[in-house]
Design a protein around this ligand. Structure first.
Ligand SMILES: *Cc1c(COP(=O)(O)O)cnc(C)c1O
Length: 431
């Protein structure tokens, strides 16, 4: 697989360069030059494949030129070692639970696969790699967990002070070892800007081998396509009447769905569900794309004012608004509506949904009102136990906290506080 920049379709790099550098110098995003559909035999065999088997087949199809098959097996064995089960609310409405990994959010898939791939690429390098990652909640924990103890790799996580939940913060600050958490006095957008600036800073480039683990890294997207196939396997009659509803922030997850579709997965239009950071639904409605500072909501992992993967989606559709509108339907909801939805899902289906999934539920309802014969799979992106206050307030029932998360509450974390000035980050990294 060769990759080009969304800002320069004529120049190619190999997978190693795209994964280790994360961002091209021209500030575009890397895209695979060619995505050929999986063979028909894959879809015939799919019903009988295990999740790791299907993940290996998809990865081999995409990456066999760049990564040795035996190593692909090793990466998948480590990365895809938990399931993504479907829970049906109704015959035509399902939840795909993506939170069964170690940090209880879908980002575990991308982070663990990327850690495996990067670990492979740095094996014979003499310089240590520093992974910089900005997080609005869940990315940091997943990345930290994925890379913990990976030889030759250090991870530096930036998160906005006071804007992630207590448990999310513990997930970032309690690992230690090769993981360092930086608490930034600013917003997620500040964190993301600081990381982007670091990649363009000459001094830093000389001092450290920097890489990124945000959803801008192509290595995060590939494994996120796996669970769309996993969902498909579990449906009774999957096909083009099935749509995936994706609670979205940076739009990496939805981009991965489009990748699965390009790989041949038959499905209907994607549903982009956002909170009041509704830049994309507004674009779909009006055709004008107006990024703006993010506002804080109860679905905080989607508080993004300028979705970093949007450039990829534009690229996939040749910037054609009509095409994008045909493939992606957008809906946005307030916190108040989200809370109501958490209550409704519990009352009607006895299911405790987290705030991100609840935004998805609302969008799925709205979509099905427009398209009555559709079937929808809502991606439940996080475990409700990550947002216990909100979920318990609406459902009146305690959320069962998985053991791994419960243990964190008693651990003492360690972090370094910095301002939102890039210079602060630079000073830390130059040391
Ligand atoms: C990251 C995240 C999202 C948003 O995913 P994107 O790929 O950035 O669109 C949604 N829900 C949860 C729980 C997340 O952690």
């Amino acid at each position: 697989m060769l990759l080009y920049s969304t800002r320069n379709a004529g120049q190619f790099v190999d997978l190693k360069e795209a994964v280790l550098n994360s961002l091209p110098k021209d500030k575009g995003l890397y895209m695979p030059n060619r995505i050929t559909p999986l063979p028909e035999s894959f879809f015939r065999g799919l019903p009988n494949m295990t999740f790791p088997e299907l993940a290996k087949t998809v990865t081999t199809h995409l990456l066999s030129e760049a990564v040795d098959p035996s190593y692909i097996n090793e990466i998948i064995e480590q990365a895809v070692n938990f399931d993504a089960p479907i829970v049906s609310l109704k015959e035509d409405l399902h939840i795909l639970e993506l939170f069964h990994g170690p940090t209880l959010a879908f980002k575990d898939f991308g982070a663990r696969f990327m850690a495996g791939l990067m670990g492979h690429f740095v094996r014979n390098e003499d310089r240590e790699l520093t992974i910089l990652v900005a997080t609005s909640g869940d990315t940091g924990g997943a990345v930290a967990n994925g890379f913990h103890h990976t030889p030759g790799v250090n991870v530096v996580i930036l998160y906005p002070k006071g804007k992630v939940s207590k448990l999310q913060e513990k997930q970032l600050t309690t690992l230690g070892g090769n993981i360092q958490a930086l608490e930034v006095d600013g917003t997620f957008d500040d964190c993301q800007r600081m990381v982007k600036t670091a990649f363009l800073d000459e001094d830093l480039q000389q001092r450290r081998a920097l890489s990124s683990a945000n959803s801008i890294n192509i290595a995060r997207l590939i494994p996120q396509s796996f669970y769309y196939f996993r969902a498909w396997q579990q449906l009774k009659q999957p096909g083009t009447h099935t749509s995936f509803c994706v609670p979205s922030g940076n739009f990496g997850n939805l981009t991965a769905g489009l990748l699965a579709q390009k790989l041949g997965l038959p499905c209907g239009p994607f549903i982009a569900a956002t909170n009041s950071n509704d830049i994309v639904p507004t674009f779909l409605k009006t055709g004008s794309y107006d990024p703006r500072p993010s506002v804080a909501t109860i679905s905080n992992a989607m508080d993004v004012g300028n979705p970093s993967n949007w450039a990829r989606i534009l690229d996939l559709f040749g910037e054609n608004w009509g095409q994008i509108r045909a493939h992606i339907k957008g809906f946005a909801y307030s916190d108040e509506q989200t809370r109501e939805a958490i209550k409704e899902v519990y009352q009607q289906f006895d299911y405790q949904i987290d705030p991100h999934g609840a935004v998805g539920y609302l969008a799925a309802q709205a979509f099905q009102a427009q398209q009555p014969n559709s079937e929808v799979v809502i991606l439940e992106t996080a475990h409700p136990a990550k947002f216990p206050d909100t979920v318990e307030a609406e459902t009146g029932k305690a959320v069962c906290i998985p053991e791994a998360l419960a243990k964190l509450a008693d651990l003492e974390g360690s972090k370094i506080s910095i301002s939102r000035q890039f210079e602060d980050l630079k000073t830390y990294l130059m040391d």
